[in-house]
Design a protein around this ligand. Structure first.
Ligand code: ZN
Length: 62
């Protein structure tokens, strides 16, 4: 494990495990090879942490 890579993760710059990358119908989803978090592809070679839909977001409706 590379300390530099871990630091990149702290800055939300992740690298996916290529073999685990999947197309979910909207975007590519994978797992960071360094920190293991779920990440999504923003653009070519740019991956960001996947943030699940916030269940509390609906509470503001109505
Ligand atoms: Zn990472």
């Amino acid at each position: 494990m590379s300390l530099v890579s871990r630091l990149a993760c702290l800055f939300n710059r992740h690298d996916p495990l290529r073999r685990d990358v999947k197309w979910d119908g909207v975007t590519y989803v994978g797992e960071c090879r360094h920190c293991g978090t779920t990440i999504i592809r923003m653009s070519r070679r740019k991956w960001r942490k996947h943030i699940p839909a916030d269940p509390e977001a609906d509470s503001s409706v109505g």
